[in-house]
Design a protein around this ligand. Structure first.
Ligand code: HEM
Length: 242
């Protein structure tokens, strides 16, 4: 009875968390700080700076989450918790999908008016994106941990694919790595197309990089051996038929 009396007396509108913001929603999510991170109208050279900053800042948040979950998946793989690692990797994949999707919003920019915004970006370049850098830095550790577990069971990559039914968790992990690589590539392809649409494909970026370089980076993969094994499997199958 004591609990129901307490519940009745409790003022649910009054904040109880530490902080100065008027509600617990704003205190927990730190919305005052978050919403102060974009330039205000008095600072804009063009009102589309808000669109530009929102897309970039939210991309950084999704990439931060992706990097954190890849780090956890690498740790789980190192300790041999393979099914859990594969489950953990569903999240960075979703983060990358969101990142790809939200690039669409940049196509709402007028290429001519965007030139105004470009003038206030200084030497700012996506190569310095903390989120992208952190994600890319975590992936090799994940790959090394995966190969260590594969070697533990004495399988080559091709054997793992052929005998996948006997090594389900390891096989699923391999496919998660491939999917991550694929979504990093999807992000790069989409980013390259958006850049070409907004500033052109034969110009130089704000840090001096020709946009053509972005086109070439589309080919880069983190786990080439996981792509190469497909060629090996096709060749092996053809050899068995012939
Ligand atoms: C109008 C929108 C955008 C334009 C015109 C643009 C332009 C560029 C250019 C020209 C580069 C080559 C480096 C340089 O700046 O010299 C680059 C790289 C990059 N940008 Fe963007 N970008 C845009 C949006 C975004 C967004 C929303 C993100 C999200 C985080 C992003 C992240 C990156 C990353 C991570 C790289 C390095 C790419 C890699 O390593 O493959 N960019 N961008």
């Amino acid at each position: 009875m004591l609990t129901s009396m307490h519940a009745k007396d409790e003022d649910f509108d009054a904040p109880i968390l530490a902080g100065d913001a008027p509600s617990d929603y704003e205190r927990y999510l730190r919305t005052e700080e978050l919403l102060a991170l974009q330039k205000g109208p008095e600072e804009w050279v063009h009102r589309d700076e808000l669109l530009f900053q929102v897309v970039h800042q939210s991309s950084e948040l999704w990439l931060k989450l992706a990097a954190s979950d890849v780090e956890e998946a690498a740790r789980l793989t190192e300790t041999g918790e393979l099914a859990e690692a594969a489950r953990q990797l569903r999240r960075p994949l979703r983060c990358l999908r969101f990142g790809v999707d939200q690039l669409d919003m940049l196509e709402e920019l007028s290429p001519w008016e965007y030139q105004e915004i470009r003038k206030v970006l200084g030497h700012g370049s996506g190569f310095d994106s903390p989120g992208w850098r952190a994600l890319r830095a975590e992936l090799p550790r994940l790959g090394q941990a995966f190969h260590a577990r594969r070697r533990d069971v004495g399988l080559t990559l091709a054997e793992l694919y052929v005998q996948r039914r006997g090594h389900d968790a390891l096989y699923r992990l391999a496919e998660s790595l491939v999917e991550l690589d694929e979504w990093c590539q999807n992000w790069r392809v989409r980013h390259f197309r958006v850049v070409a649409r907004v500033i052109g494909d034969s110009v130089v970026g704000t840090q001096g990089t020709p946009v053509e370089v972005l086109g070439r980076l589309v080919q880069t993969v983190v786990f080439p051996e996981l792509w190469e094994v497909r060629n090996e499997l096709t060749a092996r199958s053809q050899a068995e038929q012939g």
